[in-house]
Design a binder for this molecule. Sequence first.
Ligand code: FMN
Length: 371
Amino acid sequence: MEFESVLPPLVIKGKRVRVPLIQGGMGVGVSLHPLASAVAREGGVGIVSSACLDRLVSKRKDKKVNTYEAAYEEVSLAKSAGGFAGINIMVALVRDYEDSVKGALDAGADFIISGAGLPLGLPAIQPPKDTALIPIVSSARALELICKKWERLGYRPDAVVLEGPLAGGHLGFKMDQIDLESNKLENLFLPVKDMAIKYGNIPVIVAGGIYTHNDILSFLSKGADGIQMGTRFLATEESSATSDYKQAVIDARQEDILVADKPGSPCGLPFRVIKQSPMFVSAQKRLREPKCDKGYVLLKDAEGKFTRCPAKESNENCFCICNGLLSSAGYNSDKEEPLYTVGTNAYRVDRIIPVKNLMDELTGKVLIPTS
Ligand SMILES: Cc1cc2nc3c(=O)[nH]c(=O)nc-3n(C[C@H](O)[C@H](O)[C@H](O)COP(=O)(O)O)c2cc1C
């Protein structure tokens, strides 16, 4: 008999997801198909990250694949064991954006979730057919901008992820806005929900700092349609973070988790890290010569072309995020130091568990005393 979650199902673009939990995309190389397919098998939504996927898949296959092929392969594998699976594609990774979208669509991704910038042109890249297109926003205003732009393209978001300031990875808030009372997820939620209703009852998924079964129940009772979680899935057996990364999460104390600004991410968005991450420490002491040999994060040059990675020119303002995060996923770990990104609640993680146990806990199948 199939276990029926005590949580209500999440319905997006006609897809009925039995457990309304989305495992958030975690780049670089943390959420790959082993994690995503495990979550999908448990009835939630598994999401692979598109970041630097060409390199990670090429290494795994020992054969050069391009961005399109890598997205196609990873989504196909994530879906192969059944359930719902998709991909997270960051707008900030301009060079690879369109090819990642096309590869995921051709592989039949159930969901494309896109943030770290506003995915204003996403529906125009290729007809999405059955794939649900889901932007990530941090405010009602951003959702309205996207809805207006997508309306002109003849499309409406199939759902929206509202990500608050407690999340891992890049944050959609300026440094001085992160701690504002008005930016707490519960306070951002109602205006976003109202906007989602205005544009046709778009399902709203909340993310950032949600940790326990009770947290999930609390947001669902406020009217959220689904929950996206990252940090809890980072320290599962199926996540592709290195064992050093997972151990750093277990060892992290509350005061070890901070938002890096300067040095920070070359994307220009605040980025949450464990302060002892070797690459972050080296960046603070300027021990690493500025160099970027990857070029995933590009800004415009004087001619308006995307050719410039700030980490190539200076190590005063930014760390070399692609190399740091690739190292945290076991790529070139002998040459580059790792950089560990986590959500604010990472200090509460005290062990590595299988996805099944985590899903049982989160869905209320197994009751865990809350600390
Ligand atoms: C290790 C890690 C990597 C992440 N990478 C990405 C990413 O590549 N793209 C993205 O949109 N969000 C990324 N996120 C954000 C998650 O998808 C998720 O929305 C967020 O972590 C939710 O907050 P929580 O960690 O408190 O559950 C990342 C989060 C973590 C912890």
